[in-house]
Design a protein around this ligand. Sequence first.
Ligand code: SAM
Length: 245
Amino acid sequence: PGTLYLCATPIGNLEDITLRVLRVLREVDLIAAEDTRHTRKLLAHYDIHTPLISFHEHNRLKQGAYLLEQLQSGRNVALVSDAGMPGISDPGEDLVSGAIARGITVVPCPGPSAALTALVASGLPASSFCFEGFLPAVAPARRRRLEKLKGEERTMIFYEAPHRLLKTLADMVEVLGDRPVTVARELTKLHEEFWRGTLSGAGEYFSGRPLKGEFTLVVAGRTGSNGGGARPEPWEKLTPAEHVH
Ligand code: SAM
């Protein structure tokens, strides 16, 4: 059989694509893309002419069966989503489990993902975290989900659509209590912005401006073992001799 490559693509900045992903996209027989028009632009930028087929939420069963057939008959397939790592709040996981069940080799080609990109610059504890993806769109289900996360001590990462940002922040204040958050907007893009403060402060700040772009929220875990608020700064404890000049 062929090999299924899971290829990460930029989350904004076109330079954030690895040399390996570019080579794999050039060499495979077929690229399965969430939105072929979107991916065509990326491929055109890098002068890649591999055949493209669509693979998205609504055709994933039919197309998934087709892609598995192609893989079984020896073709190499690369899976990409519109942005970031395929399979992370994007189609892919069914195809991966289907491939594994058929003995097809799955090769991840890593690259950017909004979740980790936001986390590392958030300033919140990154040694232990959980990824929650999108909360439910409907208020009662969203609150129930947040209720379950109330006691979570790890830093939590959420994706959110711009038109739901304010409602989500308000629900978080109500259910989780006011706590530290970093709102990462337009990561890796021209208007990249990190808003760091509390959930209620974020609500106030963003209600005063047009909600444009893409948002990732990094929310502190329950204050306790995770700190949540101020943490000791390790370098303050260093004696001058320990500083590296
Ligand atoms: N597979 C992608 C990944 O690995 O990051 C995530 C896909 S998910 C459908 C899209 C969501 O990711 C957006 O609604 C937003 O919450 C987040 N996101 C994607 N790109 C982003 C960016 N440049 N800045 C901030 N958040 C982003």
